[in-house]
Design a protein around this ligand. Sequence first.
Ligand SMILES: Nc1cc(-c2ccc3cc[nH]c3c2)n[nH]1
Length: 264
Amino acid sequence: MRIDVVTIFPDYLRALELSLIGRATTGGPLEIGIHDLRKWTHDRHRTVDDTPIGGGAGMVMKPDVWGEALDELLSAPPPARPDHEADQGGQGGGPSQGGAPVLIIPTPSGEVLTQRIAEDLATREHLVMACGRYEGIDARVAEHYASRGVEVRELSIGDYVLNGGEAAALVIIEAVARLLPGVLGNPDSVVEESHGASGLLEYPVHTRPVSWRGLEPDPALLSGDHGRIRRLRRDQAIARTAQRRPDLISRLDPASLDSADRAA
Ligand SMILES: Nc1cc(-c2ccc3cc[nH]c3c2)n[nH]1
């Protein structure tokens, strides 16, 4: 997968050079390009914004500058894929959806990112992320590329307002990139996560010391009885979800909450 990120603050995205995502970009399944939007300006002040048509506070990012940047990045050839990666779905599941780039525009007024959306995006070959600032990017940019048949995803990372799209882009990239094959050391760790296949929040985790400040994990976890441990953890996941995210419980298939797998 290739991800191109356009921003007026390229240093904000340097975090992508760290940790697992950073390692995934050195000979791994991921290529990341970080681009300064001002590269596509032509005036001496490198202007990227202007006052809003119709009035209002703040400034709006200019469609002509964004158009030159996105024309170039959206028409770039899809990343070369080693033969062994032909149609190999990652933890996101499913074969690749082909090389057509997806234009992702972080915005507080977008569809809220979910694990399902991240899994879908993890099957794509090329993501182009447009990070806005000020009051946002001229709405005609998304409209123009959608009209040209580009898949445009205006994505929110939650119902709160940031100062720009860069932090949201980091969240979206991490949620997607970690699902790619070879990025996580242990692919099994994706299986029992919150918002994973079970639709539940994950159970509480513990490690040594067993006794800490008078607190100890459930004795079942020390029993070595894997069936008992699995049943406990499922009960804990259900209880935690019911307490913290009852909205997720209502979406579950009631049959999935029965003791079927507890009998195992
Ligand atoms: N979920 C969420 C996204 C944003 C966001 C995204 C882009 C821009 C550009 C200017 N302000 C922005 C805010 N806030 N909250």
